[in-house]
Design a protein around this ligand. Structure first.
Ligand code: SF4
Length: 941
């Protein structure tokens, strides 16, 4: 096996590894008062010892009944857990106890699916005293906790069904909407699948595309890589050990799970001597524990570093130009491109002179025009405008797109803060070493979030880091999850009805190779725009598809979803929308707690949790196992599993038989399992007992993304119009226009022509650029501040990273986990009374920590643990300041997912970052949340 062969070769060269460690920090850049070396002691040769067998203790006898299962959310993993149950109560939860295997020891690459701290502390969710235990109905204004009254299930089912029928009679099925939900990670019969199936049986519903995290990444992977799938993955997970250089860009596996064992594989790579460089905006746990070199970058300015790296590759002739032309369309000028799809007219899919990405890189530096690959200096302007409504604060305002500026390392240093010499060294390594790049999910959460994934994909293409072992650019290494459908959601006729309205495909040059997914849906992040403006011809954000929606959202289902308000941008703005019953007339929600979203529902239905029902889960994003989630205990009070809740509503609508097809949950799981090939090697009852079925070792055989394309691109073309990786995507521009945007801006004149021969500027260009984020900073103070918020005194960048303590907003009320990081009013760890009763809830005066650099704290007169008020024009949040060199000056870090909890004065005591973020979507995909594009002020409070 190729992976193991390489591993064994590398194990022999352990001395090389130790030598490499001695060179740590060569590229490290200082920020604040500290360096990486100060926070992360450099390992010494003495610290690295050979593994010796450790005697295993004898486990105590098991007296409880043991249930295999899992308790996943949208957490990044699907790990094995087991519940020990005595007298109907879970006494403890353990993880995978199967024999482990290990790459470094050479015993294999099928490691245990070990659980993280969230599932291991799951009892703290199950047994809280504030579980929802009976159905409730709102009788006052939405959001008023005093308005909830207890009702029976019979009343809930009957009233919901009657209101659904009335809405359907008045507005039709197009007014129904099933909201994004990730709180229930079941793959078999998830909460939102149940509600989607009901709505589809009832006539259908409008649909969203993508999710809250990846829209710009998905959008760009469709157009740049031709991957019309969820989002791009890379080679097998273990293949990371075959790289010479691993670049972790905005990647924080040390705090997150990205497919179970994501960090485990990174550690294997480190132990085997792979050089690891992190490009990040703070010293995450990944940076602190794993990386050899750390390149800190001001948030939002990453594209300047990537562009400057490409510039160096051109300047120092580090690229094989004919290789680049073979695999990448539009990195170089190409008025007569050789396309791999014979049915696309190469005279209509051209790259005009001076319009390529390389021309943009050289800007107006005519000396770098070579007449062959770069046929003219850049035709692009220096400024770009916003395509917004006339009453928008950005209307008529421009930002920089630096079309005429050479993208030198010195230019990038002034903006990003990354030293020019560091950029040059990075470029040389990247162009010459076998490189794997694993990117994270934070850097694209901004107003220009399409540019970074576009650039990083192109970087993989021009450096030849794809299609071979050890080489790739990916959101994550690993195979796509194995299939396990569970209960189908059914057929929804509404998207087909809306397609002709939402998309005009008449002017597409290559419709067969332009993604279909944008045609009959809108990005999920625009649901609130649809709810407010659907049917009026308007859109708050000038979105072409929202303007074309014939009706808004009148009936909203949110099953297993706290994304309704807590995970949506600008919570205060969302709260106002949700209170307006003239917009959404019916909100039905199921959950286990009265979450911030549940508070705005008309009907709150108490749902069972994992361990209280049977279900199944496949791996998250990557992996090759399917887990049976056994029911171990009964749900509390009248709580029911979502499947049965929806069956009750279906019954009142006369749809129960169609909904259930005569099956309960177990019936669906058994039927689905027995229809798979897996059942041949593991009967259903065995799967249920064991709790996990693994199809194979993840790396057997090793999976190499783009292998066929790399070996023979002409016959294994990718699914873009050119058949190549597209640095220049005419299809992307045409799709933008087909979604209802006017893309011509005559305030700007181009120095040449683009594909349609019009010589005016655009709001969206066919190449990746650096366009400053709306609310950001530059190292040299040159940020254009188009919305004027920096000038108002909101000068700190606020970032909202994921916490290991939560899975988005799930586990925010897990007492054990809260004790690890929430603070009391004096800044001390917010310990609960150790003699507390199980289920005790938190009091007021417990705050989220916000990371701040010592320089900033000193300037503001703040001490560790001081309560601070973070504010901007959208909201106010209390937090407890945590002073650390791991945050760079000017940047604050407040973990996403804390529950929105506004006091009477409007200040959010819960510490939800979305109280401060925007609802404005990203420029091109229109679907990206802007959690990394926020400026705030800070003061002691
Ligand atoms: S990653 Fe998810 S499934 Fe795995 S243990 Fe953590 S919370 Fe549970």
């Amino acid at each position: 096996m190729e992976v193991l062969k390489t591993i064994n070769e590398k194990r022999i060269s352990r001395r090389t590894f130790l030598k490499g460690l001695g060179a740590l920090g060569a590229m490290t850049t200082l920020y604040g008062c500290g360096t990486v070396e100060e926070a992360t002691p450099t390992p010494t040769a003495e610290a690295v010892v050979e593994r010796t067998p450790v005697p295993q203790p004898t486990p105590p006898p098991i007296t409880e009944e043991v249930f295999a299962g899992a308790a996943p959310h949208n957490c990044g993993g699907r790990c094995v857990t087991k519940a020990y149950v005595k007298d109907g109560v879970i006494t403890r939860i353990v993880t995978d106890e199967r024999p482990d295997k290990n790459l470094v020891d050479g015993t294999g690459d099928n490691p245990q699916r070990r659980a993280c701290l969230r599932c291991r502390s799951y009892k703290q969710r199950l047994y809280r005293s504030d579980r929802l235990t009976y159905p409730m109905k709102q009788t006052k204004e939405r959001g008023d906790l005093d308005g909830f009254v207890r009702i029976t299930w019979e009343e809930a089912f009957t009233e919901i069904a009657e209101k659904m029928q009335a809405i359907k009679d008045q507005y039709g099925s197009q007014a129904f909407y099933n909201h994004y939900a990730s709180g229930d990670g079941a793959a078999g019969i998830g909460a939102a699948t149940c509600s989607a199936r009901l709505l589809n049986l009832f006539g259908g519903a409008q649909v969203y595309r993508s999710d809250y995290s990846w829209p710009s990444i998905e959008h760009m992977s469709w157009f740049v890589l031709g991957q019309n799938k969820y989002f791009p993955s890379g080679n097998s997970q273990g293949d990371v050990t075959n790289a010479e250089l691993l670049i972790a860009w905005s990647n924080n596996y040390g705090d997150l799970i990205w497919g179970t064992n994501s960090m485990w594989y990174m550690q294997q790579a480190k132990e085997m001597g792979v050089e690891i460089i992190a490009v990040e905006s703070r010293q995450t746990n990944t940076v602190a524990t794993l990386t050899d070199n750390f390149i800190p970058v001001i948030p939002g300015t990453d594209p300047t570093v990537l562009l400057a790296v490409m510039y160096v590759m051109l300047e120092e002739n580090l690229l094989d130009k004919e290789f680049v032309k073979k695999y990448v369309h539009g990195f170089f000028d190409d008025p007569e491109p050789a396309l791999y799809h014979g049915d696309v007219d190469n005279k209509k899919y051209i790259v005009p002179a001076g319009a390529s990405l390389a021309a943009y890189l050289i800007g107006n530096n005519a000396e770098m025009v070579d007449g062959t690959y770069i046929q003219a200096a850049s035709i692009y302007p220096d400024e770009i405008y916003y395509n917004v409504n006339e009453d928008d604060l950005l209307f008529g305002k421009s930002s920089f797109c630096y079309g005429q500026t050479p993208k030198t390392p010195e230019w990038a240093e002034k903006i990003s803060g990354v030293k020019a010499d560091t950029i040059r060294e990075l470029a040389r390594k990247w162009a010459t070493k076998k490189t794997t790049v694993l990117v994270g999910g934070g850097w694209q959460r901004q107003s220009e979030g399409e540019q970074v994934p576009w650039l990083i994909y192109v970087m993989g293409g021009i450096t030849g880091n794809f299609g071979e072992s050890g080489r790739n650019v990916a959101m994550n290494n690993g195979k796509a999850p194995i299939a396990f459908g569970g209960m189908p959601a059914g057929t929804n006729p509404v998207p087909g009805e809306l397609a002709a309205k939402l998309y005009d495909a008449a002017n597409l040059t290559a419709p067969a190779y332009t993604p279909a997914i944008t045609r009959a849906s809108y990005p999920v992040f625009l649901w609130s725009d649809v709810a407010k403006n659907g049917g009026t011809g308007k859109s708050d954000w000038n979105d072409g598809q929202v303007k074309r929606m014939p009706v808004g959202i009148k009936c909203l289902f949110a099953f297993g979803s706290n994304a309704l308000i807590n995970q949506h941008g600008d919570t205060n703005r969302t709260a106002e929308l949700l209170k307006d019953k003239s917009k959404i007339e019916l909100i039905v929600l199921s959950d286990q707690f009265l979450t911030p979203s549940a508070r705005y529902a008309d009907y709150v239905l108490p749902a069972a949790m994992s361990w209280e029902r049977n279900n199944a889960a496949t791996t998250w994003v990557v992996g090759d196992n399917v887990i049976y989630m056994n029911k171990a205990i009964d749900p509390p009070g009248e709580a029911m599993q979502d499947y049965d809740i929806v069956a009750g509503i279906a019954d009142k609508l006369g749809l129960k038989d169609e909904y259930t097809e005569g099956k309960d949950v177990e019936g669906w799981l058994k039927e689905t399992w027995e229809a798979t090939e897996y059942a041949k090697s593991m009967p259903y009852e065995d799967w249920k007992k064991e709790g996990i079925y693994v199809t194979s070792d993840e790396n057997t055989p090793p999976f190499i993304e783009f292998k066929a394309f790399f070996n023979d691109p002409a016959t294994n073309e990718i699914y873009t119009p050119s058949g190549k990786i597209e640095a220049y995507s005419q299809a992307l521009v045409e799709d933008y226009e087909a979604r209802g945007y006017n893309n011509l801006d005559d305030r700007v004149t181009l120095g040449g022509t683009l594909h349609d021969k019009k010589n005016t500027g655009r709001f969206v260009y066919p190449i990746p650029m650096y366009i400053p984020i709306l609310e950001g900073r530059h190292a040299d103070g040159s940020h254009p501040d188009p919305s004027g918020v920096f000038a108002k005194g909101y000068t700190f960048q606020l970032m909202a990273p994921h916490h290991k303590n939560r899975s988005h907003s799930t586990h925010n009320n897990n007492a054990y986990l809260n004790e690890l990081f929430k603070k009391d009013k004096d800044g001390n760890p917010a310990f609960l009374n150790p003699n507390r009763e199980m289920g005790q809830v938190w009091d007021d005066n417990v705050y989220e920590p916000v990371w701040m650099n010592p320089e900033d704290a000193s300037a503001l007169g703040l001490k560790d643990g001081n309560r601070v008020l973070l504010s901007n024009d959208r909201g106010k949040v209390y937090a407890s300041v945590y002073i650390t060199n791991r945050a760079m000056p000017g940047v604050l870090w407040l973990g996403q997912g804390a529950w929105y909890d506004p006091a009477n004065d409007g200040v959010d005591r819960g510490g939800c970052p979305n109280t401060l973020t925007k609802q404005r979507p990203a420029r091109i995909c229109q679907g990206m949340t802007l959690g990394s594009d926020t400026l705030v002020s800070v003061k002691k409070a």
